[in-house]
Design a protein around this ligand. Structure first.
Ligand code: CMC
Length: 395
């Protein structure tokens, strides 16, 4: 028990709870009913908002586990389907379970033809995240049976539909923005391959997906699947707590993810690297670092710092390796990578960043890989949303 001394001398006892890793939490649920007082904790820095056995992060040690499995193992040895099954169902699938699950997901990749009309209503230059907020929410209108949110079968079907349809909806947003015909999903391809196909194939030409590049994309997806109770996941949970339609709840998560302090950081990082490049490249890094440290300047080094990680983000380590692998495979040099490396080096030695434990996060490198894969910058956060949909629905 923990004992709290109130201003009037009253002592109140609260149970102490333990999480799976042995961390202690004071259960204050009885505080308000027994004392009339509340706690004040904006940003939930000292508050666990729910109990969850899905993902575990140790921010000080730089550990990320999905259902107890280290992210490094899942990214190296598993695939998107393994990790998605794991997050949803709590354990890695057997061979048979995996085949069934994959078939189930693929069964739902098409979207209702009428939904295509929605895309026509957007301006041609609409940001794809704006389109995604709209069309994912609109899915609620196509599946009224999901109103029975307490029905486990309907819940699971909504999860499968969301996971399966997100790549289709995302690629449709891209094709709309460039005025090309929509490309339908190919269920003989895996999740990442199919997404590349829907993004880059055109009806007039044969398009071959490069399996190595698709693998790199798959790793990026695996690294983004879930991340405890972050801003977008908390938003989905809050929306879901009113038993709202799951498609509408996920649309609220997409909206929360969009901001540059969260999923929008990958787009912001690339724009920052491009700005540094246009200002003279590596030579202009010290000016940008000085701006990031200046409290009168709202500029921050995008891709640095994390709400939870106070050491190197384990996802960033893996992303760094993937970046090198992709650039090597494509036989390409990227000046933005040189700038990123130098920026990382300077920031890791700078007292300001060291004292505040500001390390590169997952988004610091992801933009460089996605750029090499030919993904346009406005789609970066959409890809994050596609992957995080798995976490949102699992949570
Ligand atoms: N550049 C410069 N200074 C920074 C940065 C940065 N990127 N991040 C934090 N700081 C400073 C901040 O000014 C503050 O300084 P002081 O103590 O002197 O006031 C201190 O570090 C702590 O900052 P904070 O805002 O209290 O930290 P936070 O944990 O609330 O914020 C963050 C986390 C991710 C919002 C923030 O680090 C940030 O804005 N980073 C840039 C955006 C970014 O890369 N976001 C992607 C996060 S990873 C993807 C995801 O999972 O969503």
């Amino acid at each position: 028990m923990a004992v709290l001394s109130m201003p009037d001398g009253q002592k109140v006892e609260f149970p102490v709870l333990l999480d799976a890793a042995g961390a202690k939490f004071i259960d204050i649920r009885k505080l308000q009913p027994s004392t009339g007082m509340c706690t004040f904790d904006p940003g939930f820095g000292s508050t666990a908002s729910c109990e969850s056995s899905i993902t575990y992060i140790d921010g000080n040690k730089g550990i990320l586990l999905y259902r107890g499995y280290p992210i490094e193992e899942l990214a190296a040895e598993g695939d998107f389907i393994d990790s998605t099954f794991l997050l949803l169902h709590g354990e890695l699938p057997s061979k048979q379970e995996k085949a069934l699950f994959e078939r189930e997901i693929k069964y739902h990749t098409l979207v209702h033809e009428q939904l295509i009309q929605f895309y026509r209503g957007f301006r041609h230059d609409a940001h794809p995240m704006a389109i995604m907020v709209g069309v994912v929410g609109a899915l609620a209108a196509f599946y009224p049976e999901v109103a029975e949110v307490r029905n486990p079968q309907q819940q699971l079907r909504a999860c499968y539909r969301l996971i399966a349809k997100m790549p289709t909806l995302a690629a449709m947003a891209y094709k709309t923005s460039i005025g090309q015909p929509i490309i339908y999903p190919r269920n003989d391809l895996n999740y990442a391959e199919n997404f590349l196909h829907m993004m880059f194939a055109v009806p007039s030409e044969r398009y071959e997906v490069d399996p190595e590049l698709a693998k790199a994309l798959e790793i990026i997806f695996i690294l983004h699947l879930d991340h405890e109770q972050n801003a977008s996941t908390s938003t989905v949970r809050t929306a879901g707590s009113s038993q709202a339609n799951p498609f509408a709840c996920v649309a609220s998560g997409i909206a929360a993810l969009w901001g540059p302090a969260h999923g929008g950081a990958n787009e912001a990082v690339l724009k920052m690297l491009e700005e540094i490049d246009s200002l003279g490249g590596v030579a202009s890094i010290p000016t940008m670092v000085a701006r990031a440290k200046d409290k009168n300047d709202s500029f921050r080094l995008m891709g640095f710092g994390h709400r939870v990680y106070k050491s190197y983000d384990p996802r960033a380590k893996l992303m760094r390796q993937v970046t090198y692998r992709v650039l090597e495979k494509l036989g390409r040099k990227d000046t933005l990578l040189d700038i990123a490396m130098e920026l990382e080096k300077i920031a890791l030695q700078d007292d300001y960043f060291v004292k505040r434990s500001l390390y590169p996060n997952v988004d610091f490198y992801s933009g460089i890989v996605l750029r090499a894969l030919g993904i346009p910058v406005e789609m970066y956060t959409v890809l994050f949303a596609m992957a995080r949909t798995v976490g949102w629905v699992a949570q």
